[in-house]
Design a binder for this molecule. Structure first.
Ligand code: AHR
Length: 484
């Protein structure tokens, strides 16, 4: 059997594990909101129409931060339509997904849901069809206590305490030809700078995310990031990255090595942000928000223009296998590896739409395979991320050339002593992974959780060890406890 080796040392710390890495995304798209998280009349719905069966799964998933309300949807959204008496809210045509938006669920319902789910809200403002004035007004509605027409409106709507939203996205994918109100990098950078500074005048404590490229394959990638930051460096705190991996786009090996591609993408965005920092002679560093990522069978997607207008269409309700779950687990490994600069991650999306949680209208809610690596990584990745020295057999891919078949990362919580190792075998041969834990002499193996294509669709648990067999196409979490 081929052998891979992983060496760990508690002294080689990358960064603390930022809990915001385990975020997700709720967009008014398909059935994410309606019949996903919100379904008045459902047997499990509470008095506000929130599905408590879904809330339970969201808590089990361990999601920390949830981006809302889009996505492409936000670029033609009027947030005012979704506040105030529900009976008076307008039905609108949403141009992004060509759906009818009832506005039965809006900002205050989302905040109630976020409190019930125990997550931090991450709001996006519309910079597609709207601009500075509306963005600042939305911050005022959410965060100002009282005493102005806009903050008092929130109080009239029955919300006395401000929502106190810290994280804000300045638009969505503004480079995309599909985006309502798409702009050039220069136009967007200037608008982001003006909107951002007005929003920070309302509440100087907020954190702003500027749109990076819609994905690493955009023809303007990197030039877009550089221009946007040249315009908005002083106003913004984060630059966004979006990336979806399609199992049917390239050869299967390239899909299985998606995290290798993500590693390169993240490094390129860090280099670009730091280039602008040097050019502008600033000391502040811009951190990264991977605020849309996932596996998405995108080649099966029907463009909105090729569909009729519907109320709550079933959009991109992809079903995932264990290889998809392995890729999701590996993408989380890549994110942890960059925890010194990548501090926000939002898996897109949370329910029904390319999601770990699925629901049936009027029926049950259930976990997809991709639920498990996310839930266990969010639960076990605590304390600090450790640099992992891995030697592994190589595998050939069409897109990236030869890449290591085994990838891994570890976290160590100095307080509790807990050590967790996350590993994948993305190759098609079984590999033995030997762990060199000489720097952790007091640690003893705990559990070994794993999933492998063809073996199981839910994680199996067995006793761990320092030498473990990694079946082909498998994801693993190993825990070690310190004897004190
Ligand atoms: O998550 C689905 C869509 O993908 C989002 O609305 C958009 O931002 C991205 O292109």
């Amino acid at each position: 059997m081929s052998v891979a080796q992983l060496t760990l040392d508690p002294a080689y710390v990358i960064a603390p594990v930022d809990r915001r890495l385990f975020g997700s995304f709720v967009e008014h798209m398909g059935r994410c909101v309606y019949t996903g998280i919100f379904e008045p009349g459902h047997p499990a719905a509470d008095a506000d129409g929130l599905r408590t069966d879904v809330l339970e799964l969201v808590r089990e998933l361990g999601v920390t931060t949830v981006r809302y309300p889009g996505g492409n949807f936000v670029s033609n959204y009027r947030w005012e339509d979704g506040v105030g008496p529900a009976a008076q809210r307008p039905r609108r045509l949403d141009l992004a997904w060509r759906s009818v938006e009832s506005n039965a669920f809006g900002l205050n319902e989302f905040m109630r849901w976020a409190t019930a789910a125990g997550v931090e809200p991450m709001m996006a403002v519309n910079l597609g069809t709207r601009g500075v004035d509306d963005a600042a007004a939305l911050v005022e509605y959410c965060n100002l206590a009282e005493g102005t027409a806009i903050s008092d409106r929130r109080r009239e709507h029955g919300v006395a305490k401000p929502h106190d939203v810290r994280l804000w996205c300045l638009g969505n994918e503004m480079d995309g030809p599909w985006q309502v109100g798409r702009m050039t990098a220069r136009e967007y950078g200037r608008l982001a700078s003006r909107a951002g500074s007005a929003m920070k005048k309302v509440d100087p404590g907020i954190e702003l995310v500027a749109c990076g490229s819609s994905n690493a394959d955009m023809p303007t990638f990197a030039a877009w990031e550089a221009t946007v930051l040249e315009e908005a460096y002083d106003q913004v705190d984060y630059l966004s990255l979006h990336q979806y991996y399609d199992p049917e786009k390239d050869d299967p090996a390239s899909f299985r090595a998606s995290a290798y591609g993500l590693d390169g993408f993240i490094s390129d965005v860090i280099a670009t942000a730091d280039h602008v920092r040097a050019k502008l002679r600033r000391t502040k560093r811009i951190n990264l928000a991977l605020d849309e990522w996932n596996v998405w069978y995108q080649s099966r997607f029907t463009e909105p223009e090729d569909r009729g207008i519907e109320d709550t269409p079933e959009l991109i309700e992809d079903e995932y296998d264990v290889t998809d779950a392995m890729v999701v687990g590996n993408l989380l490994i890549s994110m942890l590896r960059h925890a010194d600069r990548l501090t926000i991650g939002c898996q897109a999306q949370l329910v029904n739409v390319i999601a770990p949680i699925r629901t049936q209208k009027g029926g049950p809610a259930w976990r997809q395979t991709t639920f498990h690596p996310f839930a266990h990584t969010a639960r076990l990745a605590r304390g600090t991320v450790l640099r992992a020295a891995v030697t592994s057999p190589l595998m050939a891919t069409g897109r990236y050339g030869d890449v290591p078949a085994v990838d891994a990362i570890a976290t160590h919580d100095p307080e509790s002593g807990a050590l967790s190792v996350f590993a994948v075998n993305r190759g098609t041969e079984q590999i033995r992974l030997d762990l060199d834990l000489r720097a952790f002499p007091k640690h003893r193996p705990g559990d070994h959780l794993w999933m492998a294509e063809g073996a199981t669709t839910e994680p199996l648990t067995q006793s761990g060890g320092t030498s473990v067999a990694l079946p082909p196409l498998s994801w693993h979490a190993l825990t070690f406890e310190e004897q004190r």
